[in-house]
Design a protein around this ligand. Sequence first.
Ligand code: DLL
Length: 412
Amino acid sequence: MTAGAPFDPKIECMDPEARRELQEQRLRDLVDRLLGTDNFQGRKIREAGVTRGTDVTLDEIHLLPTISKQDLWDHYPFGLRIAPEEEIVCVHGSSGTGGRPTLIPYTANDIEIWAEVMARALKGAGATTKSTIHNAYGYGLFTGGLGVHHGGLKLGATVIPMSGGMTERQIRLIEDLKPDILCCTPSYALRLADDLQRTSIEVGIFGAEPWTEEMRQEIQQRLNIRALDIYGLSEVIGPGVACESLDSEGLLNIAEDHFYPETDQGELIFTTLTKTGMPLLRYRTGDIASLHEPAGQRTLKRMSKLKGRKDDMLIIRGVNVFPTEIEAVVLEHASPHYLIVEDRRTTTAQLHVVVESTQDIKAKLGQDLKERLGITCQVLVLEPGKLPRTEVGKAQRLARWTQGQAPIDGLT
Ligand code: DLL
């Protein structure tokens, strides 16, 4: 069997025409299900003139209304649920930007879909029934831990449910249990690399936060593994919406039989074709990426690594800057522990880039940043170990400074 083979070849390698028919049928069924409620989404599509599922086609999906995070907040906690309460088996979500939680109710059907797409992700990364998966994504409301867990069980591998934090204990178990697969955030993989030498780990499945190709190289070298990207969001299902496989050439295979993708000015939009708890029609993710045609054994559309988030884009003196562009330059000079500070204490915004190095890289890094971004950044070089590390949850790489004390000592 080829490494990174499909988990479900019938679906993952399906004839694209046949898949499109399946998607359209599922879309129509979803529209009927939404119209069958007096829920916000049902009302919106009725207002758009849709009276039944057969009124809509995939070709014209872009004419249907979209739904956003704001709508989820407006109907917090479960106003967008369409399944009866007794069919809900669990709730996940994220604390989200701005501290407002988003909660997603799942039915048993939704958990089954999630397990399946995660089993595809794991198998595509080379995991087998003999694999041991060290799962250091957080268990809880956050979807990372339990998403990998469900997928690992579905695949029939052995899951070590470590969750995040307690790094010493993680290192110990990696040495003792010899996992071949590591699942965690890319920043935590680097934290582990600080204390791990050669290990049994062959492949890492990293996501939940932005990371660049440069970061991938760094992780691959330091841990001597293949590092694959996995993407997802709780609103849509959790991890497993799209994931790289060993052979997907740096692009992420989208589970498009369940999550129909579109882009609008670079922003990813997903329709959950099969979910029953809280399905979403044309959910605006805020994430920026591009869609690509299939290649290789799978016939699924693919997406690029995330380029950033719509709300992450910094506008500094009229220039648009994505934090991932800064990361790419930083990694050419310094370690991946860095902090970007958006300084808005005065009307002329400034960017500070704080890095760790033992060398005098200030001038060269400043010059390269200027070349790549087109703006001057203030560079602060600290001794290694001075920037805070993230042990649990997502790395915080961007701080806003509007008044008072600097977010990190040494900035002026
Ligand atoms: O982060 C789900 C997940 C868990 C994905 C584990 C991958 C691995 P949320 O907490 O709802 O869900 O956050 C979703 O995180 O809209 C993106 O902005 C960001 N994100 C997720 N995966 C990636 C990735 C999970 N591979 C939000 N690269 C999404 C960059 C990512 N950003």
